[in-house]
Design a protein around this ligand. Sequence first.
Ligand code: C2E
Ligand code: MG
Ligand code: MG
Ligand code: MG
Length: 277
Amino acid sequence: TAKSRAPGGVSVFVPSMRREVQARTRLADELRTALATDQLVVLYQPIIDLETGRVAAVEALARWRHPERGFLTPDAFISVAEDTGLITALDMWVLEAASTQVAHWRKELLDDEPFSVHVNVSPVELRAPGFVDGVVDCTRRHGLRPQDVYLEITEHQLLGEDALTRGALEALREAQIGVAIDDFGTGSSSLGYARRSFVDEVKIDRSLVRDLDVDPQQFRITAAILVMAHAFDLVPIAEGVQTAGEAEALRQLGCRYGQGYFWGAPMPATALERLLR
Ligand code: C2E
Ligand code: MG
Ligand code: MG
Ligand code: MG
């Protein structure tokens, strides 16, 4: 954060920190405008069923078409959104946009095939009053089934699980909305914990997937996580798959789903639609 400790425990701002605070305040103002004027865009990355090669789901990922700074990725604005409370509006905007899109695909291309959209939610959002009702309401309004929507929550966010988070996870389970642990393997939580937390899926972080076909240790770790995932009835999704070798090794290890540049980077809805056809 923007404070540093002076001797004697007094907090002081140094000029570079002041500039940073100003920049973040300005970014927050711009983000508020962006949300109101449709500067945000949702990209979709395919999630592939490794047995059939089909696109089984998509992950919705936010981008910001900033009027001066161009196309921004989430690392440029999610933390500011979290610090200012704008994340609630942002996450709901993404959920709304993604639901609209998937309802369209379901009607035009998919019939009754299993297909879902994964939306990232911030822990702040998960604990907000009325959040679960908002998600359920959103799926209903768009004529989606609860199974069509999954929420992704990062591992370290679940680690600090408190009563509010737990209540939200239970309510989601009740509403049949799936939950995936995102970036699994970057923190120190166990999959047993995930099971108790009413989680349905585990997304294995790309740091564990990288080179797993050529790096024996990497292979053993991911293999062990997959054994555990299966034991706990958690459906695994490998993230960050970039090569055919990684994809094949995952398939042989019984990993059900994969996601990564090997099949496609996050792309506009029109491009994803071509993959679905
Ligand atoms: P994430 O949920 O783990 O999403 C996966 C990230 O990995 C995406 O980055 C994606 O572009 C990137 N990726 C996918 N395949 C590959 C690959 O093969 N190699 C490499 N190196 N990277 C790959 P992105 O889109 O920049 O998003 C970063 C993070 O920002 C997301 O990580 C998620 O935690 C957060 N985020 C994105 N959209 C939203 C949103 O609408 N709400 C919230 N709360 N967070 C979001
Ligand atoms: Mg995610
Ligand atoms: Mg992830
Ligand atoms: Mg991530």
